[in-house]
Design a binder for this molecule. Structure first.
Ligand code: SF4
Length: 437
């Protein structure tokens, strides 16, 4: 049977993994970034891999699912599968593969939709039938690597590779624990190295490690951070790719140590990225981060002492965030001399605790919709957009190496804040449309 996997705009690691699993099961598989190119193939079935809620509102993808598909069968997988009712409500597709799809995809392709297959959702007699997903076996064949993978850049990396699944955190805005579970399942280091060698052989030069928070590798074996396993992992990856071609994007501030930071300094590009999110303990609690500002500051200072550059990500416009909370975030950024800073407007991904909070919050009290009446009112921004814009500008001035504020930088920050505001409003409206009860 011929299968085309369409992963819009970028080859996600998940789409490559599913491609490899299907190929090894005997299917004839192609992988493309262009859904219309998938329709043009002689594939019997198209697997549409979607990683963003915004894909469900993207006219190109909606048109592909309803018109350009012709009479081909379409199954949707990827992170959006965590809310299959919305996927089936928005896109004209035949089924959704929920969660980890390695096993259910094969069953679905071999048998068609059936209540006997775990981890799928489909329409039947006007109702949505949904079966419970099961975690997949983390050992698997080599991914399907496209020929032009070396041309891809996701924040500087050709590909994000997976070392483990799951996260023990419970951050209210994040869907990782729900998607992959709260038990850490780690891949064998030998498999990871073999996969990296294949990626390198196929042209990949720079990789990043994905998977919740990188330092949880092999966490499950001891119920605490496995420092040696993490160091061995970085050393092995650096041995294949070269340290300057490896980055470790995300680490929780409460699961990092001096030894781990020394390994990050020695075996990677030498950066650590923390999800700091807010300078307000009240908002950190609301976000269910499980850490306070003191822990954030300690982890930043520890990394700086270890010679590791620190990137921090921040979220503005969380429901209930007051001007005082926001000011605490600005103060923290001013004090910490971070090397890079990312600012996001709180996005209510369906199924997260944040999405429940947003649904309980009237638009008149939700910063995503509240009109900004302060310093930037002439720009006609919402409160979330104004905070995103203001914090990004502030961050540029407070970094360890401050940027010069040019018109170009000002406009780029403003455009980014407006784009984020527009996207988060669209996702919130979608969420409200499918509000239960
Ligand atoms: S620590 Fe990271 S991956 Fe884990 S729940 Fe929080 S944001 Fe998600």
């Amino acid at each position: 049977m011929k299968i085309a996997i369409a992963s819009p705009d970028l080859y996600t690691y998940g789409s490559m993994v599913i491609g490899g699993v299907l190929e090894s099961a005997g299917f004839d598989v192609t992988l493309t970034k262009d859904p219309d190119a998938a329709t043009a193939t002689d594939a019997d079935i198209i697997l549409l891999s979607l990683y963003s809620t915004l894909h469900l509102l993207d006219e190109r993808i909606r048109n592909f699912a309803s018109v350009s598909r012709g009479n081909k069968t379409i199954y949707v997988g990827g992170p959006v599968s965590a809310y299959p009712e919305i996927v089936l409500g928005e896109l004209d597709v035949d089924a959704v593969i929920i969660g980890e799809g390695e096993e259910s995809t094969i069953e679905l392709l071999e048998n068609g939709v059936s209540e006997d297959i775990s981890g799928i959702a489909f329409r039947s007699d006007g109702e949505i039938v949904r079966t419970e997903p099961k975690p997949a076996d983390i050992a698997r064949p080599m991914p399907l690597i496209p020929d032009d993978i070396q041309n891809q850049s996701i924040r500087g990396a050709n590909v994000y590779i997976e070392t483990h699944r799951g996260c023990i955190g419970a951050c209210g805005f994040c869907q990782v624990p729900k998607f992959f579970g709260t038990k850490i399942r780690s891949r064998d280091i030998v498999d990871i190295v073999m996969e990296l060698k294949e990626f390198k052989h196929r042209g990949v030069r720079r990789i990043a490690i994905s998977g919740g928070t990188s330092s949880l590798y092999q966490y499950g074996n001891r119920k605490s951070v496995n420092v040696n396993a993490f160091i061995d992992l970085l050393q092995a990856i650096a041995g294949v790719m070269g340290p300057r071609n490896v980055s470790v994007p995300d680490i929780r501030v409460d699961y990092v140590s001096e030894e781990m930071l020394h390994a990050i300094r020695d075996y990677t590009m030498g950066w650590v990225y923390y999800g700091i999110e807010s300078g307000s303990d009240r908002i950190l609690k609301e976000m269910r981060k499980g850490v306070d500002s003191e822990a954030n500051i300690h982890a930043i200072e520890l990394a700086q002492q270890c010679g590791v550059k620190v990137g921090g990500s921040f979220i503005v416009g969380y429901p209930g965030e007051t001007i005082e909370d926001y000011q605490l975030t600005k103060d923290l950024i001013e004090d910490m001399f971070l090397d890079d800073i990312f600012v996001s407007i709180a996005e209510p991904i369906p199924g997260t605790h944040l999405s429940e909070l947003v649904l309980k919050t009237d638009d008149s009290e939700n910063p995503t919709f509240m009109e900004h009446g302060g310093e930037y009112r002439a720009l006609k921004l919402t409160e979330s957009e104004a905070r995103c814009f203001d914090l990004t500008l502030h961050a540029q001035m407070c970094k360890s190496v401050p940027s010069i504020l040019t018109d170009q930088l000002y406009n780029a920050c403003l455009d980014d804040a407006r784009a984020q505001g527009r996207d988060v409003r669209a996702v919130t409206r979608l969420l409200q449309k499918y509000r239960r009860g």
